[in-house]
Structure formats: structure tokens, C-alpha cells
Write a protein that binds this ligand. Structure first.
Ligand code: NAI
Length: 370
């Protein structure tokens, strides 16, 4: 049922089985068309970023936000963050349409949900945009101020590094990176940081990016070998780290892989769930993306704790990704199914029995800052 919140703002529920709440947000006056999706708040309030993207139609936006919100539920469950899974998409071109009025109208909708959904930055949405949103609602994290958690990419890179170590431990019974060949596809915000960590730990790097300038810069720093975007997937290596876009593991690419493990930060690496079985049948160890790339979520969510943000606690919690992945590898091995299935099964179990349910409310420290 449509609910008029302000003269021009409407929040309308879209019912989809398996999802707790999906809301279409409209404000024609400022050209706002957004969808807020709460997949589950069983464990805690839903936390997830705002993606601003010019989807060709609402159907595609809805599909994307549902997929992303569900992934957030599992990311939080598996990283023991005690948050629910949520996400928002604003159907707009971040370069053209991202006006203050649009963001403020969206913030009004978030505010109407009274903390059921806590938003943060994502693709197309910067910390500065989040700052504008925070003028209207306190239910937001990742603001650019002195008590903020800062750049999530650094923590995502550290978590991915720990994940690569866990994969090596499983394969070689040693997490030592000395002399190991690691191929990184995509050396953007996370991939670049990851490459530096791997370099200092003694790895041989093989890199690829659409942006040759970035490749050359990293080559100068680390002596990395540069390959084309096609070659990187076929290169012989210990670990392939996809750090660019989703869907990279599919029926066309998996037969070409010559790595022992896939462990990278990119979201939604598997095109289909069944691709995980294909990897397993080829004997390639896969570190589920929503566990290995949880560093950014773990980091930002510490802003909401009573003690406030602390980088040391953030680092220590991100460190645990190593052990969390070791558990998943063992479950998969014992049950003879894929690591992806092992991760989903453990997530479902935790959700069913509400393991790790949040007891403390979130603290919005920034709301008291000027
Ligand atoms: P980014 O946009 O800074 O970097 C992506 C890089 O991949 C760019 O340099 C781009 O040129 C390159 N690229 C795109 N297509 C490519 C291809 N076909 N072959 C080789 N390189 C290609 O993004 P960021 O922040 O580094 O994120 C990377 C991935 O990790 C994304 O999938 C993102 O969703 C995911 N992720 C990022 C987090 C973060 O904290 N930034 C947190 C969790 C997941």
C-alpha cells in the first residue's frame, strides 16, 4: 500500500517471497526513483550500501538490489558481524543526476524506516554523498569525519590477503607467501592495496587491469608481470585473485583456469551457484567471495558499536577471515560439496538458530558530532 510520507515522497512496499521488506521510493519533484531492500533483519538491523546506477528499467534495479541485499545477509552472518542484510539502489546516473535534493529525498525515506535499514556508500555513492544524507537521517555510516572508519578498500585488501593465506594453508599446509605466484585481475582500490601486501610478504605478482597506467605504476613498485585481461585467467599460478567485476567464474572461464585456488575480493564472482561445483570438480579451491571480502563491512560496522570506531579492533576482527575460511574449507571437504555451498549452509544454520543475534543497539556517534 502506498504511504504518503511527505507531499511528494512515497514509500510503497513490493512483496517478494523470501525478502523481509522491499520498498519503492519515489519523489517525482526531484526525480528520485529508488528501491530499499531488506533481505533479513533477524540477526540485527539491515546494513548495506547505496548503489547509484542508471539501470535501464526498474525490473533490473529490483533484481540487482535483491541479489545484493541477500549477499549482505550472508556476508554479515559468516563474518559474525551481527547485522542484517540490506541494500539500496537509486536509479540515476551518478555523473549527471546526483543532486543534493535527490540525496536528501532518499535520506527522508531512510529516516522513515527508523533504523531498520542503515546505509553506507557503494558504487556511484561517495562519502561526500553519505555526508549529505546524514544531514537528514542518523541511520548512515562511512561519513568523512575524524571518527569515521576511513577507506574500506584497505581493510577489504587485508581481509583478502588473509583469505589468500588461508587458501595456501589448505593447499600446502603453509600460509607462507614466499615465492608463491599470485595473479590479480583488477588493480583498483582493493587490488592495488592487496598487491602491495602480497609483494612485501614475498609473492611473485602477475597483474592485469584495463587501465595500463595502473599496471605500469604497480609494476614499478613490485616488479609484477603484466598480462592482458584474457591471459590473466589462463595463467599458471598458485592463486587467482579476481578483484574487478562479478560473474568472472563461469562455464566459459572455469575450464581455462590453471590456478590451484581462487581467492579475491570481487563481489558475485560466480555467475551461477553451480559454477562452484565446477570449480570443486576441477580441484580448484574457492574462497567464497562474501567471506573473503567482508573486511570493508567489518571495518565500517565498528562505527556503530558503543566504543566507537577503533582501527586496531577492526584489523583484529578482519584477521579472523582466515579462520572463518578454514572452517568453510573443512565443512566442504567433510561433506564433499563446494565451499560456496558450505558457506551458504553455515549461513542458513546461523540464521535459523539466530546465532550471533545483536543484543546491543547500534550507536550513531556521528549524530552528536557537528
Ligand atoms: P575499483 O573500481 O577501484 O577497481 C576495479 C578495477 O578493476 C579497476 O581498476 C578496473 O579498471 C579493473 N577492471 C575492470 N574490468 C576489468 C577486467 N575485465 N580485467 C581487468 N581489470 C578490470 O573497485 P574496488 O573498490 O577495488 O573493488 C573491486 C571489487 O571488489 C568489486 O567487485 C567490488 O564490488 C568488490 N568489493 C570492494 C570492496 C571495497 O572495500 N572497495 C568491498 C567488498 C567488495
Amino acid at each position: 500500500m502506498a504511504q504518503a510520507c511527505e507531499k511528494t515522497l512515497t514509500l510503497e512496499e513490493i512483496s517478494v517471497p523470501g525478502y523481509e521488506k522491499i520498498i519503492r521510493v519515489l519523489n517525482r519533484e526531484v526525480g528520485l526513483h529508488a528501491i530499499i531492500c531488506i533481505h533479513s533483519s533477524v540477526i540485527g538491523p539491515a546494513l548495506g550500501g547505496i548503489r547509484i546506477y542508471p539501470y535501464p528499467n526498474e525490473e533490473m534495479a529490483l533484481k540487482d538490489v535483491m541479489r545484493l541485499a541477500k549477499a549482505m545477509t550472508y556476508k554479515s552472518l559468516l563474518s559474525e558481524c551481527s547485522w542484517g542484510g540490506g541494500k539500496a539502489v537509486i536509479i540515476a546516473d551518478p555523473k549527471e543526476d546526483k543532486k543534493k535534493e535527490l540525496l536528501s529525498a532518499f535520506a527522508e525515506a531512510v529516516d522513515q524506516l527508523k533504523g531498520e535499514y542503515i546505509c553506507a556508500e557503494d558504487v556511484g555513492c561517495s562519502p561526500e554523498d553519505v555526508l549529505i544524507i546524514s544531514k537528514t537521517t542518523p541511520y548512515v555510516v562511512g561519513l568523512p569525519h575524524k571518527k569515521s572508519s576511513g577507506n574500506p578498500a584497505v581493510f577489504t585488501a587485508w581481509g583478502t590477503f588473509r583469505g589468500i593465506q588461508s587458501a595456501l594453508k589448505k593447499i600446502y599446509d603453509s600460509s607462507d607467501l614466499e615465492g608463491r605466484k599470485i595473479a590479480i585481475q583488477g588493480i583498483g582500490a582493493v587490488g592495488f592495496e592487496l598487491a602491495k601486501l602480497l609483494f612485501w610478504a614475498g609473492a611473485h605478482l602477475i597483474i592485469s587491469d584495463l587501465d595500463q597506467k595502473k599496471c605500469l605504476e604497480l609494476q614499478q613498485l613490485t616488479g609484477a608481470v603484466i598480462l592482458s585481461t584474457e591471459e590473466i585467467l589462463k595463467t599458471k599460478c598458485d592463486v587467482l585473485a579476481p578483484c574487478a567485476m562479478g560473474g568472472v567464474l563461469n562455464s566459459c572461464t572455469i575450464p581455462l583456469l590453471r590456478c590451484l585456488a581462487v581467492a579475491g575480493c570481487a563481489n558475485n564472482q560466480l555467475l551461477n551457484d553451480s559454477d562452484a561445483d565446477e570449480l570443486a570438480s576441477r580441484g580448484i579451491l574457492y574462497s567464497p567471495d562474501f567471506i573473503i571480502n567482508a573486511g570493508g563491512l567489518i571495518n565500517v560496522s565498528l562505527e556503530l558499536e558503543a566504543e566507537g570506531y577503533c582501527p586496531i579492533r577492526a584489523r583484529n576482527r578482519v584477521n579472523r577471515i582466515y579462520d572463518q575460511l578454514m572452517v568453510i574449507y573443512d565443512i566442504a571437504e567433510q561433506n564433499r560439496f563446494s565451499t560456496h555451498k558450505a558457506a551458504l549452509s553455515l549461513g542458513d544454520y546461523r540464521l535459523k538458530y539466530q546465532i550471533g543475534k545483536r543484543i546491543e543497539p547500534p550507536y550513531f556517534h556521528h549524530a552528536s558530532l557537528s
